[in-house]
Design a protein around this ligand. Structure first.
Ligand code: GTP
Ligand code: MG
Length: 210
């Protein structure tokens, strides 16, 4: 999707506001009231969800990041006064350096949230550009297809691959998601480190939330 300069500018402005951490939700009874649309960031552990949220809002340390997979252990909700929507940083799925029962518990909370949250407008499913779509990602795609929650795939860490590999990674991912009913056909490519692809993603988030 191509955004107009005005849409890009509006999204940039919105993300330049002060975003704050609203609450961390360990189980679904602690969810905020469903009074605003929500945009969630999902993906395997360590794919760069929290880093990408920080890069989008240009606030280092808003969402906690780590080298250790499994850093984010709750559903973390962020808001900004003029936004009118919430951003949700989800715990990673797949590998996590945490006790197995803990991991299963988050997995369940995560899946229940993705399946049943009425105000969830779109999920951005992050995929590491070096590794591509894995079986666990496809499980999440299928869960979202079945729940009729629309989602868009975002490749992360493109600073870690060579420039000519980027369009190839996009193409390969778009070929996979073609078969998924609720997937947005266009795949985005980002680097939180180099701040690449952020304006496009900001506009996509604002568009999905409005
Ligand atoms: P969990 O919360 O554990 O699921 O991880 P996460 O998906 O939130 O990942 P996080 O943002 O904590 O980042 C994981 C690691 O990847 C950190 O060491 C980041 O510095 C690194 N990282 C994130 N984004 C980028 C990027 O764009 N480029 C590079 N080179 N490294 C990145
Ligand atoms: Mg995280």
């Amino acid at each position: 999707m191509t955004f107009s300069p005005a849409q890009l500018e509006h999204a940039r402005w919105l993300f330049a506001q002060t975003w704050t951490f609203e609450r961390g939700v360990p189980t679904l009874e602690f969810l905020p009231d469903p009074d605003y649309p929500e945009i969630a960031f999902a993906g395997r552990s360590n794919v760069g969800k929290s880093s990408l949220i920080n890069a989008l809002v240009n606030q280092h340390g808003l969402a906690r990041t780590s080298n250790t997979p499994g850093r984010t252990q709750e559903l973390n909700f962020f808001t900004a006064e003029p936004a009118g929507f919430r951003i949700v940083d989800l715990p990673g799925y797949g590998f996590a350096k945490a006790p197995k029962d803990k991991v299963e518990q988050w997995g369940e909370v995560l899946r229940d949230y993705l399946r049943g949250r009425v105000v969830l407008r779109r999920v951005f499913v992050l995929v590491d550009s070096r590794h591509g779509v894995k079986a666990v990602d496809e499980e999440i795609f299928t869960l979202l297809d079945q729940s009729a929650v629309t989602y868009q795939v975002v490749l992360t860490k493109i600073d870690k691959i060579k420039a000519p590999a980027v369009p190839k990674a996009i193409e390969a991912t778009e070929a996979i998601i073609k078969t998924h009913a609720a997937a947005f056909p266009e795949v985005l490519a980002t680097s939180s480190e180099k701040k690449t692809g952020l304006d496009e993603l900001r506009a996509a988030v604002v568009f999905a939330a409005s």
